[in-house]
Ligand binder design. Sequence first.
Ligand code: C2E
Ligand code: MG
Ligand code: MG
Length: 577
Amino acid sequence: MPEDSTVRVLLVEDDASEVALIENLISEAPSGRFALISVGLVRQALDHLSQNNYDVLLLSLTLPDGRGLSNLNQVQAIAPTIPVIVIGNVNDERLALHAVKAGAQDYLVKGRIDSHVLVRVMRYAIERKRVDERLTYLAHYDILTGLPNRALFRDRMTRAFAHAQRYAHSIALMFLDLDHFKSINDTLGHDSGDQLLKTVARRLESCVRKNDTIARLGGDEFTIILEDVSNADDIASVAQKILDTMSRSFSLDGHEVFVTVSIGIAFYPTCGLDPITLIKNADTALYAAKEQGRSCFKFFNPQMHLMASERLSTVTALRHAVQRKEFVLHYQPLLEPRTQRIMAVEALLRWNHPEKGLVSPNQFIALLEETGLIISVGEWVLRAACVQSKLLEKDGLPPVRMNVNVSMRQFQQPDFVNRVATIIEETGANPSLLQIEVTESVLAENIPATTAKLRALSAIGIKTAIDDFGTGYCSLSYLKHLPIHGIKIDRTFIKDIETGTNDAAIANAIIALGHSLSMEVVAEGVETESQLAFLRGQGCDIVQGFFYSEPLPAQALPTWLRENMATTIHRIPATGL
Ligand code: C2E
Ligand code: MG
Ligand code: MG
């Protein structure tokens, strides 16, 4: 409250002479303006408080309908934020202490109050109450979004459970997490990240009822308690509404950004009979939603626990695999269909598991990404592929390009280009024979930083291709501004290419698009003669697939290359994974 604004005082006192005295003291106040209303009964005071705003309450302890300090509870129930100064008849320190413990801000003794004391006590009481309120707010709310924080979320859960158990209602608990939030923070900066979280909070509020609790638990984790819910369909429609609302673009500091969320849902009583179990299970369901490819919601089911514990043991095993160097590279040739010339090989990672044998990257790349292990494994891949490239050169084989997959997290490292340059230098590999394959999502992340990195790579002779093209949402308009050498049509479009489906039209369109941007177009997953013939007919530059060869172990590669560079390739028997 500003110094000069009028302080609204409610005096609850039935003794007319006391009222006159206080009025007098207030009118003599050396500073400040006061508006005093007085009533003689507790009941009247409660009516006034419920209908009007007051800045401070002066409460006598000797009222006809009063019950001493217990009147404080009634006042707090109606006006929890009003500071109360109790006025008693006796100078009793214990009573004063009781009053303060019961929630009063101060205690004054009748007959011992002068104008200065009264004004100071009122001002201090107002100030102290405001500080208390602020501290209570800070303890319970998240400053950034204004949503309840973890502490208040716990309180609300306890309350919701008590209510649900009493009235046999159900509760749905949702755990939400923004997909790839970290990369927004890393690329657009923390202010944009904060702005995003605030907007997400507002959008979430628009999806639920007023009495549902939305809390921010920290970082990009939000939770929603939906009380008194009737069936799973209703919850599913709330979850779908959230996904839809979030799918609209966010404008962050001049950038248009698309963000998706994943949602895990657990129900009381079916998925947990106490708050802790329900929270754990909603979190497990969230994890399952992320696993399933993000931007979706999942209801908890008991099998998920099994998945969660399996995942944990895989993460542990992967950490060991990094230490014990259990990774190997296989190499798959890429050929020009017109001439059958071998143009490149793609390095593909495998985990040589001590018990399971060779494990496919589809089973562990996502975990490596999530745990950050991809940084060191990815760097090892680059180095091993460069060493292999140099070996082929030393073996006297004609130059073949080495394609290496680079993950989002790897590419986003600020010093990524320097790291690649160091590896090139240390291995002596020829940079013009190196091509990095990134997915569309990598390019869509932070356009200025990505462009700079692509240019820097291109400046040292390294090419870049977009992998799995057609499965992400790459904006074609900016593709032409990026120094990209080629695109690889995802194998899902190649599978049914000869049957005259939409896939053929998509593949043709991608080939035409690539050529119009002067890019090399590669088709992945070519398995049959007729797929090859179709692609050759459409002018596809390069094909890769089991038709020519499956990925080969490193030791088999030079022989394969030597044999097949000399002859025209027909179908090559499969080896490796
Ligand atoms: P990708 O980069 O698109 O690699 C092509 C995948 O298609 C390879 O699977 C390859 O074995 C498979 N493939 C090739 N020809 C055919 C075919 O004719 N039919 C079928 N059904 N499949 C074919 P792979 O080796 O299992 O790798 C899967 C994915 O894992 C890769 O897809 C890539 O995204 C990722 N990956 C592999 N190695 C690495 C790596 O070193 N780093 C990173 N970040 N990702 C990698
Ligand atoms: Mg690839
Ligand atoms: Mg691919």
